[in-house]
Design a protein around this ligand. Structure first.
Ligand SMILES: N[C@@H](CCC(=O)N[C@@H](CS)C(=O)NCC(=O)O)C(=O)O
Length: 212
């Protein structure tokens, strides 16, 4: 089998999730640079691979995919190495629930409306939208309460083995926890705090740290 290609940029949360999955499976890959925020827009050749103009896109031996959840499940099932999805049906259902929660609520609130709003925008001399921030802080608090409630009393979210849900959350926390408001919110959930300590020291997490 050839080396998979991941199209995207290392600053992207979703690209990082795919790279975390590849690192956990110990699969060598190539990151093909695509800057989704480039001033001139995305090139036509990339839009053929991802017509919605998001990163990442993925290719393996001529097989093309987009959408991070589909890519990660493919990586887990196509390559040898430790399974990143639980085999027990209800555990797998909760993993899928956690991923959907992170996709639908946590990513926007924690990364865009908290991190970008309070860290990136002020660096560019831009003001904070307080209404957006307050709403996001409420959503983030609900996400953390739910993540904490659904997390098993074990090393990882779903037991003793790391799963795709851990990788999704790690990539989102990578930005969220740079925001000053995030620490006090996380501190209310000791099991997530110790999870984060473990995750942020993991080789896959360190190797995929954004360069910017
Ligand atoms: N549903 C897509 C979401 C990917 C996504 O939103 N990627 C972000 C970067 S982390 C992006 O491309 N943003 C560009 C934009 O929103 O215009 C997936 O799961 O792959």
């Amino acid at each position: 089998m050839g080396r998979p290609l991941v199209y995207g940029a290392d600053y992207s949360v979703y690209v990082r999730i795919v790279r975390l999955a590849l690192e956990e499976k110990q699969v060598g890959y190539e990151l093909v640079p695509v800057d989704v925020f480039a001033k001139d827009g995305l090139p036509a050749w990339y839009l053929e691979r991802q017509p919605f103009g998001r990163i990442p896109a993925f290719e393996h031996d001529g097989f093309r995919l987009y959408e991070t959840s589909a890519i990660c499940r493919y990586i887990d099932e196509a390559f040898p190495g430790p399974a990143l999805q639980p085999s027990e049906v209800r555990k797998r259902a909760v993993m899928n629930q956690l991923i959907a929660l992170i996709d639908a609520y946590a990513y926007r609130a924690m990364v865009w409306d908290i991190y970008v709003e309070t860290v990136s925008r002020p660096k560019e001399g831009l003001g904070i939208d307080q209404f957006k921030l307050d709403r996001a802080l409420t959503i983030a608090a609900t996400c953390l309460a739910e993540l904490s409630r659904l997390k098993e009393e074990s090393e990882w979210l779903l037991g003793d083995a790391i799963t795709l849900a851990d990788l999704y959350l790690a990539a989102v926390f990578g930005y969220f926890l740079r925001a000053p408001a995030a620490g006090p919110l996380l501190a209310k959930h000791s099991s997530l705090t110790s999870w984060w300590q473990r995750m942020s020291e993991r080789n896959s997490y360190i190797t995929t740290e954004p360069t910017t």
